[in-house]
Design a protein around this ligand. Sequence first.
Ligand SMILES: [Zn+2]
Length: 322
Amino acid sequence: MTILGLLSVFACSNKSDKGSDDADNTEKRVVNVPEFNADSAFYFVKAQVDFGPRTMNSAAHDACGDYLAAKLEQYGAKVYNQRADLSSYEGKMLKARNIIGAFNPEAKKRVALFSHWDSRPWADNDPDASNHYTPILGANDGASGVGVLLEVARQLQLQQPTIGIDIIFLDAEDVGNHRDSGMNDEKSWCLGSQYWARTPHIPGYSARYGILLDMVGGANAQFQYEYYSNRYARDVNKKVWKAADAIGYGNYFVATVGGGATDDHLFINEIARIPTIDIIPTSQKYTFFEHWHTVKDNMDVITVPTLKAVGQTLLQVIYYEK
Ligand SMILES: [Zn+2]
């Protein structure tokens, strides 16, 4: 994804939401929330990176797609493979595949969890310009969110929550305008989610809300309320950040409004109209994180404690939902 053009305009609010009481996980209900195994999530991140860059139309991409669909099936999901030929901004045909795992598919009350699984074909933010056309491994930008969701899937099979969960791996997210293209079209990004939002895997599909994960494995990550998430799904932001705080991850989930990201959730909100937030790091120093869209977005940037904070928070939200 890319940053919202007017980032600085929006990265100004500093008000705390700690006093609000509209999140339903403040209830005194006692729910047995499973333990998120972050070592397992780390392994799932590495398994994807081991295929190599998962760039569109590559053998590594296709092999990784087969791996993801097989894992969801192994953990008991009803799996949908949504294949589509999508056109890149350069007019290239991209063989895209959104992979959906439906857990407890009969349940009417559903929550959708999203992450993109393709990796950027160009390290166009690399400090070394000679890398600007090198594909990236996307350990954090891509594989981290998918890795967390595969561990969530494993937990869903071990203990079924009250609601239905859809884990949706979106393709063709990171194919937006190359920085040297002179173009800045937000619709050049997130092609898989744009397609899914128009043509969901089940006609008329809806969910109570959605949560998108992007770059959730970096060291010392801080997640603020992302700007569009706060515009379209403020209550979901509050619910998730409150759940994080309740289990001791308030140092990762900071309840202030941060900048905006043109990411999959934007199209899910605007086209599918499912209120969806983006859990994505903000940084004063970097765009998202130090090695964003560089050749250094490899396994060295992935840390178990951040995967744990995000994954355990997700389970807290899922198992308290009723
Ligand atoms: Zn990216």
